[in-house]
Design a protein around this ligand. Structure first.
Ligand SMILES: Cc1cc2nc3c(=O)[nH]c(=O)nc-3n(C[C@H](O)[C@H](O)[C@H](O)COP(=O)(O)O)c2cc1C
Length: 308
């Protein structure tokens, strides 16, 4: 059997597969279906200082090969996450990234400082890319100076690995990626959802309660792969790739584009055990190809066959 373990930015995983933030809560519901310890890691639901109820319904719509959501960071708030959610998920043998969102660099720093002492936490995922809210919203992540300001504020208060989650809703994602690398990010996760909308033609109104939402699922995969491929050539910090992954072959595309690890979001919502199947498919592919270690394929599709 090939080695599936990956190690990057101070984060160790038994395999490179995370479940993406917002699509698996804090892991409890998924663990009712299969032991979440089989996953490489979990990025838990985006957490804010205060509890949030999220946006008005409807908040989810199906689209051709995709899902449109405007959940709006519904979460129980940092105190509940610290006292109830993280202690439960941290009993399990997988890398846990806490995903944080704020209104300002100060909010992000406060959240990061509260999480800094949590034993066993693998790192922070700093969400500057949600299209559905002002707090944690892509307003922070869509310009290099505001993105860097959040990362600097978080970097100052924590020794945990800082993974910065980028929005695809920009003209050139590499500009933002370079800015967060310079500001002290240890890794990048990409991409969050694409700003999108549907019209309910019967009501002649926007379908979603928040007018617009974020598109994810297979429809966005080739765009996300392109963005990882570009970013892998623009920065030297590791990348966690995501966007429409629903098979081992999809995950391999992201890794060949330069990602050290991957995450699945919408796939779990369609097929709760998708993560297990994808890990099996990665194993089978590596065995069939005679590749002894998954790390060997990271960046294989880049010019020169690996990350510089
Ligand atoms: C219902 C839903 C809720 C989400 N909530 C969050 C969130 O709280 N924080 C975050 O960083 N990303 C959130 N995302 C974005 C996903 O983590 C992921 O970046 C995106 O869905 C792309 O991956 P996918 O195509 O595999 O779903 C959410 C996505 C969905 C579908």
């Amino acid at each position: 059997m090939a080695n599936l373990a990956v190690n990057f930015a101070g984060i160790s995983m038994k395999n490179p597969l995370f479940t993406a933030s917002g699509t698996c809560g804090f892991g409890r519901e998924l663990n009712d279906i299969f032991p979440i310890d089989k996953l490489g890691g979990i990025m838990v639901k985006g957490t804010t200082l205060q509890p949030r109820l999220g946006n008005d319904a409807p908040r989810i719509a199906e689209t051709p090969s995709g899902v449109l959501n405007c959940v709006g960071l519904q979460n129980p708030g940092i105190e509940n996450v610290l006292n109830e959610q993280l202690p439960w998920v941290l009993q399990h043998d997988l890398a846990v990234l806490a995903n944080i969102a704020g209104n300002s660099p100060e909010d992000y720093a406060e959240l990061a400082a509260k999480l800094d002492g949590v034993a066993g936490l693998a790192g922070l995922e700093v969400n500057i890319s949600c299209p559905n809210v002002k707090a944690g919203g892509m307003a922070h992540g869509a310009a290099p100076d505001t993105a860097a300001a959040v990362v600097r504020a978080v970097r100052e208060v924590t020794k945990l690995p800082v993974v910065v989650k980028l929005t695809p809703n920009v003209t050139d994602v590499t500009v933002i990626a370079r800015a967060v690398e310079e500001a002290g990010a240890d890794a990048i996760s990409m991409v969050n959802t694409f700003l999108a909308m549907e019209i309910d033609i019967r009501r002649r109104r926007p379908l979603l309660g928040n007018t617009t939402g974020g598109l994810s699922g297979p429809a966005i995969r080739p765009i996300a792969v392109r963005m990882v491929y570009q970013t892998a050539q623009a920065v030297s910090i590791p990348i966690i790739g995501m966007g429409g992954i629903s098979s081992g072959a999809d995950a391999l595309q992201f890794m060949m584009a330069g990602a050290n690890a991957v995450a699945i979001g919408a796939a779990t919502m369609v097929e709760p055990t998708a993560g297990l199947r994808i890990i099996d498919e990665l194993n089978s592919w590596l065995d069939k190809e005679g590749v002894g270690d998954i790390n060997e394929i990271v960046g294989a599709a880049l010019p020169g066959g690996k990350r510089a």
